[in-house]
Design a protein around this ligand. Structure first.
Ligand code: IMP
Length: 184
């Protein structure tokens, strides 16, 4: 079964995102030392969230990116690998991982373990969304945008089969479409 944009309905508006991003930016700025902070974006999903978040942080932070793959269609495959890695060592640095969504937690569990062995001074996780109903691995989330129900979401960086990342808000698959897929 494949979905069109009309199969999704708004879940989190642009205004709600902006307001929460302001709060997160203030919280992170207060907590972390901007001279030693490396903000690590997990591509591709964190791209929009990261771009908006870093513009709310002090100008001395640095940014790096990595890319993992773990997901196919609307169900997590459970296996995680690096598609590409950070460009700089993180030894002795304060690392803030920026992720789009923690779903089962398998991806972030893998990443936290993979980065911890590189000797950073600290690692914190900031995720825009969390779906607690789907947790398979508990991961420590230091900064959370929104807790959401167990629904497949798109927009603001999140995709369905590569599309819809550039929607300016978060939309969720309409329940009747999700039920049709489950029955098929
Ligand atoms: P996890 O390993 O199950 O926590 O999945 C993490 C990754 O799956 C995220 O970084 C997303 O790329 C993807 N993902 C999980 N849930 C959704 C969703 O509802 N929409 C789009 N992508 C999702």
């Amino acid at each position: 079964m494949s979905y069109a944009l009309s199969d999704f309905e708004p879940l989190i508006t642009r205004e709600q995102l902006d307001k929460r991003l302001d709060e997160l930016g203030r919280e992170i700025t207060k907590d972390l030392d901007p001279e030693h902070l490396v903000v690590v974006g997990v591509l591709k999903g964190a791209l929009v969230f990261m771009a908006d978040l870093i513009r709310r942080l002090p100008p001395t932070i640095t940014c790096d990116f990595l890319r993992l793959s773990s997901y196919e269609g609307t169900e997590s495959s459970g296996t995680v690998r690096f598609d590409f890695d950070l460009t700089q060592p993180i030894k002795g640095k304060d690392v803030l991982i920026v992720e789009d969504i923690v779903d089962t937690g398998l991806t972030m569990d893998f990443l936290l373990k993979a980065l911890e062995v590189r000797g950073p001074r600290s690692i914190k996780l900031c995720t825009l969304l969390h779906k607690p109903a789907r947790t398979k691995r508990d991961v420590p989330i230091s900064y959370l945008g929104f807790t959401i129900p167990d629904r497949f979401v798109i927009g603001y960086g999140l995709d369905y089969e590569g599309q819809y990342r550039n929607l300016d808000h978060i939309a969720a698959l309409r329940p009747y479409r999700a039920n049709q897929a489950a029955e098929a």
